[in-house]
Design a protein around this ligand. Structure first.
Ligand code: CUA
Length: 157
């Protein structure tokens, strides 16, 4: 085997890696039965969160045949509600806000991930195909028990 052959091998290996990375980024969520459709932001006064129609009593609301809205408060050091239950084959728009400091709302093993900033409402629309449990974690350091800040999204049949 001469050097030329080695170079060719490395080139092929590099190409395979690059294609693999791109596929991971593009189709990162495929196979998990989940797809992020949209994300955006809105504002909300953190002092009025308790009186807010949805965030005062957060939870899941059905808004269409297979469409749901999930209102979530990310706060030190938990998510309210802590378990978010949605049916399979549903399209769920998450609205997440914080009454205190910056958190994140991140579904483990997926590309569903948003920063949660006091005064802002982060929203993301996600399609859930199959029954499955997703862990929710906070990726923004938010104080002493940041590492304990966890929740669950349960996609049920
Ligand atoms: Cu909330 Cu880290």
């Amino acid at each position: 085997m001469n050097i030329h052959t080695y170079e060719k091998l490395w080139l092929v290996a590099a190409m395979v890696l690059i294609v693999g990375f791109i596929a991971t980024i593009t189709y990162g969520s495929v196979g998990l039965g989940i797809a992020m459709v949209d994300d955006s932001e809105d504002t909300l006064d953190p002092n009025e969160i308790n009186d807010h129609e949805q965030f005062g009593d957060p939870g899941v609301v059905q808004v269409g045949e297979n469409e749901y809205e999930a209102y979530v408060r990310a706060q030190t050091w938990t998510y309210n509600p802590n378990t978010i239950e949605v049916p399979e084959n549903s399209e769920v728009t998450f609205y997440v806000t914080s009454p205190d400091v910056i958190h994140s709302f991140s579904l483990v093993g997926t590309n569903v991930n948003t920063m949660v900033i006091p005064g802002e409402v982060s929203s993301m629309t996600v399609e859930f195909d199959e029954p499955r449990e997703y862990g929710v974690v906070c990726n923004e350091y938010c104080g002493q028990y940041h590492h304990d800040m966890e929740g669950t999204v349960e996609v049920v049949p």
